[in-house]
Design a binder for this molecule. Structure first.
Ligand code: FES
Ligand code: FES
Length: 159
């Protein structure tokens, strides 16, 4: 049986008429056409589907849509600001931190949450925050440099 679920996605109020057990990732990708969040494992093992729920990184593959009713969801599409790239997105480009790119939307989400709570993370803190994310292309060192660069850019912008 379907029901209407309301929540906020990337600052927009959303209503979807669906089965409450539908994974949030399916609703984002299929109902809302937000295809940045990726399906990898479906079992909280790869991080490709990571989104922010009330500001906290969570796997959209394993969250039922009923569990996000009334809450705020941010996907990778919501990181930019009126078309201006998030400093993390710019830093990833600068560092050429990507090959196939499949893992990157999830990594961006976790890195954005890290910098929101810890603007000047150490290398071990970045590694710990990105630990849930698998990258088969081996871009880890470039991503770490990009997160450090974005943190510095954001700190400079605040001065
Ligand atoms: S698809 Fe969700 S963690 Fe892998
Ligand atoms: S860039 Fe290919 S999986 Fe990470």
């Amino acid at each position: 049986m379907t029901e209407i679920y309301k929540f906020i996605v990337n600052g927009r109020s959303i209503s979807v008429d669906t089965d409450g057990t539908t994974p949030l990732l399916s609703v984002l990708r299929e109902d809302l056409s937000l295809r940045g969040s990726k399906f990898g494992c479906g079992a909280e093992q790869c991080g490709a589907c990571m989104v922010l729920i009330d500001g906290k990184p969570e796997c959209a593959c394993s969250r039922e849509v009923a569990a996000v009713a009334g809450r705020t969801v941010t996907t990778v599409e919501g990181l930019s600001d009126n078309g201006a790239l998030h400093p993390l997105q710019s830093a990833l480009l600068d560092e050429q931190a990507g090959q196939c790119g499949y893992c990157l939307s999830g990594i961006l989400i976790s890195a954005a949450a890290l910098l929101a709570s810890n603007p000047d993370p150490s290398r071990p803190e970045i590694i710990a925050a990105l630990d849930p994310h698998l990258c088969r292309c081996g871009i880890h060192n470039r991503v770490i440099r990009a997160v450090q660069k974005a943190g510095a850019a954001m700190a400079g912008a605040r001065r």
